[in-house]
Write a protein that binds this ligand. Structure first.
Ligand SMILES: [Mn+2]
Length: 351
């Protein structure tokens, strides 16, 4: 595939950094790659994408994560060999003790790796950081920190390309890198408005990465119980306050049990009412599965309606302007009354 190499690569990385990293790679044989806790598609994808490349270069590579990653990512090449520090501490520490180079990917600060952060910190070997979060604060020899990048996977592809090794990217490695570019942009909805992003994506597709297949594996991975619950909520449990462009829905412990609730099933439900034209506020009230009385509150809003202020005033919580949450130690009925009060308190801006 013919692409304009200058356009893709030269604008971003400093040549001196690439040369420094090349030197460290040439001198190393046992490489550890790690990323942030609760690893997502970009963390796992970038680590496994880099690992696939380095293994093809003849390196011995160990990928260590602070803890487990979602099962919808376990189809990736090398996923079954990832060590989870919270469960496989001893074998992970042996790999770290033998390492002569450590990569930190999709990570700006050691505390985001929990205990693994200080273990890696204490290992006195060369370190390379490749990341797109703000304010990097990891001690390292070479830092590739580009907050403007869509994803760490994008940066790993640029890194491999800058080393002159694009030819070494395998189909499986390309699939890993494509995954992070997809998940960190909400499947190309945001942070992906540059032509370069799609040139890089096309380079991965040129290696055989099937983005449609990856999309299905990542996003069409829910349990049937999720849709039983969603149907139940939309048919029975949601209340629309039309004059305030707001809605409140509840979910009881019993309803979750009846549907065969599995952790993660209700993820993102609170966003759904905002898909209705003109809706400005959505409140979700969900009973805790075990603890009673405890109701988990999620709030989503649009524009300048302050979900975080509402969360702190009414629901013992906080968060971002348009996405916040809290908790109430009361019954679902009482929580519903509080939610109504909260809506009325913002009636001026909701109308
Ligand atoms: Mn990321």
């Amino acid at each position: 595939m013919k692409t304009n190499e200058k356009y893709i690569i030269d604008e971003m990385f400093d040549k001196a950094d690439v040369d420094a990293a090349r030197l460290l790679l040439d001198e190393s044989q046992h490489i550890v790659i790690s990323a942030h806790q609760m690893p997502d598609g970009d963390a796992i994808g970038s680590c496994l994408g880099l690992a696939a490349y380095l293994r093809d270069k003849g390196k011995e590579v160990t990928v260590i994560m602070p803890n487990s990653f979602p099962s919808f990512l376990n189809w990736m090449e090398g996923a079954e060999d990832v060590l989870l520090y919270d469960r496989q501490r001893q074998v992970a520490e042996e790999a770290i003790a033998q390492s002569d180079l450590i990569f930190y990917l999709d990570l700006n600060a050691p505390y985001r790796m929990l205990e693994l952060g200080s273990v890696l910190d204490n290992r006195q070997v060369h370190k390379i950081v490749i990341d797109h979060h703000l304010n990097p604060e990891i001690a390292c020899d070479v830092l590739f920190s580009y907050p403007q990048a869509s994803s760490t996977c994008e940066l790993v592809l640029r890194f491999i390309h800058a080393l002159g090794d694009y030819d070494l990217v395998s189909k499986e490695g390309a699939e890993c890198l494509c995954t992070g570019m997809m998940t960190d942009t909400g499947a190309f909805q945001y942070n992906s408005n540059s032509p370069e992003f799609f040139i890089l994506l096309a380079m991965l597709m040129g290696k055989g990465a099937d983005k449609d297949m990856i999309y299905r594996r990542v996003y069409h991975s829910y349990n049937k119980s999720r849709y039983l619950l969603l149907g139940h909520i939309l048919n029975n449990n949601i209340e629309y306050i039309d004059e305030l462009h707001a809605s409140i829905f509840t979910l009881s412990r019993e309803e979750m049990r009846n549907a065969g609730y599995i952790k993660g099933d209700v993820e993102g439900f609170v966003n759904i009412p905002l898909e209705i034209q003109g809706m400005k506020l959505s409140i979700s009230l969900r009973e805790d599965l075990d603890k009673s009385p405890l109701v988990h509150v999620s709030i989503r809003s649009v524009d300048d309606i302050p979900a975080n202020e509402m969360a702190s005033r009414f629901f013992n919580g906080g968060g971002h302007l348009n996405a916040a949450g809290g908790r109430l130690e009361c019954t679902l009925e009482e929580a519903c009354q509080i939610a109504h009060k909260a809506c009325q308190a913002y009636a001026d801006i909701l109308k």
